[in-house]
Design a protein around this ligand. Structure first.
Ligand code: HEC
Ligand code: HEC
Length: 377
């Protein structure tokens, strides 16, 4: 049947949801809670349960073992320990199962990332694991665990590194420095694992072996590694001064064939830079990303700049080429501002800097100094 009115995607979605009543069974809705205030564990039908068990057998046994005991291959953790299912919200299982843990043997099984399971199947397998564990969940705070990070690091190196690795990379135990794990495991989930251990696995319970404040300290230390195990301090480059705004001041101006009177291709821009053509290159992104990587010779003129001020320092007779990563929105916006101020000799990099890098053209990257490589200054 033809629809008499064009419907927006939102409307279609609303109708779909209304018709099939999916809303009630959507497990991800944050508003649903059981009597402990926890997101509920959905009861599987016999058919869903059977399919989940079969998926477990097919995809998980290799490493996590026939009976979910773990440690069969690649030191894959137990998928039945009491503390994991007590503290685990469904996402503690669903996330690693769906998206994997980058850099470990745990790959993603969701079709969205190229895996064999549909979203429904990953949810069913998650609930099946909860069901099989037979464990009562414990309500956990989502507040951060605060502690003395330096002290936590000492304890970590003394008591944990032997299994989890000096840099949290995991030796015989999960990689605690793993960015994907730290991104979805709450502080309380981590603290609970340390306190309680993981039953019937090599992970000991530290409750009684470490004081409660020290358990907090080591938790806070692990959390502090969320942006990387090493404490990386960016070295900020000095910004170019107006006398450096023109690239190749001695060169000739390029003669670009501009698409739609505005867009220059990465290939043409690169050729002009190699041929030492004269131009002004504007990086119109937020300056922090210019610091990370930029096209050599560009200077940051972020889209939120005061262009009347910048305009005073840009020569009017030199071609201005602007780029961003959006891939053109910010650059187009900046060029429009400059045109309003009377700059008529302008261009925008069509593919943006990501397209430029994708095609293999070079960028200048920031130097990184870590506290112990001696290069910080
Ligand atoms: C004897 C080896 C060993 C030591 C020592 C050890 N762990 Fe573990 N840890 C493990 C193993 C193995 C696992 C996985 C257990 C499983 O099968 O679920 C684990 C799991 C964990 C987990 C849960 C990870 C997750 O994603 O579920 C945390 C957190 C953790 N350990 C923290 C620590 C901390 C902190 C210390 C030191 C205070 C420590 N461990 C000391 C072996 C160890
Ligand atoms: C090739 C081996 C391998 C296979 C197959 C595998 N896993 Fe894993 N899995 C791992 C490893 C290794 C880890 C621990 C990664 C780390 O260091 O954090 C892990 C971690 C997990 C975790 C996190 C547990 C925790 O304590 O935080 C879950 C949940 C999980 N796997 C579920 C599954 C499911 C479900 C399947 C089947 C669909 C599966 N895995 C298949 C190796 C595997």
């Amino acid at each position: 049947m033809a629809c008499p009115l064009p419907l927006s995607r939102l409307h279609k979605l609303m109708i779909l949801v209304g018709l099939s009543g999916i809303l009630l069974s959507l497990p991800t809705l944050a508003t649903e809670q059981d009597d402990k205030g926890l997101p509920p564990i959905r009861t599987l039908t016999a058919e869903q349960s059977e399919r989940a068990a079969a998926n477990y057998q097919k995809y998980c046994v290799l490493c996590h073992g026939e009976n979910r005991q773990g440690h069969v291959n690649d030191h894959a953790p137990s998928l039945r320990s009491r503390s994991l299912f007590e503290s685990g919200v469904p996402h503690a299982i669903l996330r690693p199962l769906s998206y994997g843990r980058q850099g470990t043997a745990m790959g993603g099984y969701l079709d969205e990332v190229g895996g064999p399971l549909t979203l429904d199947e990953t949810w069913d397998l998650t609930y099946w694991l909860f069901e099989q564990s037979g464990v009562e969940r414990v309500a956990m705070s989502t507040q951060p665990v605060l502690g003395d990070i330096q002290r936590g690091e000492k304890i970590y190196q003394r008591d944990c590194a032997v299994c989890h690795g000096k840099a949290g990379e995991g030796i015989t135990a999960p990689a605690l420095g793993n960015a994907s794990a730290l991104a979805h495991n709450s502080d309380e989930f981590i603290r609970y694992a340390i306190q309680q251990g993981r039953q019937d696995t090599p992970m000991p319970a530290f409750s009684g072996r470490l004081t409660e404040p020290d358990i907090d300290n080591v938790t806070a230390f692990l959390r502090s590694r969320a942006s990387g195990w090493q404490d990386i301090k960016p070295v900020l480059q000095a910004l170019p001064t107006p006398d450096q705004y023109v690239v190749n001041p001695q060169g000739e101006q390029p003669d670009f064939a501009l698409a739609q009177g505005r867009y220059v291709s990465s290939a043409d821009l690169y050729a002009a830079l190699v041929a030492k053509k004269k131009m002004v290159l504007l990086d119109t992104r937020v300056t922090s990303v210019w610091q990370t990587a930029h096209i050599e010779g560009s200077f940051p003129a972020p889209y939120y700049s005061d262009f009347k001020t910048i305009a005073k320092d840009i020569p009017r007779d030199v071609l201005i080429v602007a780029y961003c990563s959006c891939p053109r929105a910010a650059a187009d916006y900046v060029i429009d501002q400059l045109k309003d101020l009377g700059f008529n000799h302008t261009a925008v990099l069509y593919e943006g800097i990501f397209g430029w890098m994708h095609e293999g053209y070079p960028v200048a990257r920031r130097a990184i100094a870590t506290p112990d490589d001696g290069s910080s200054n």
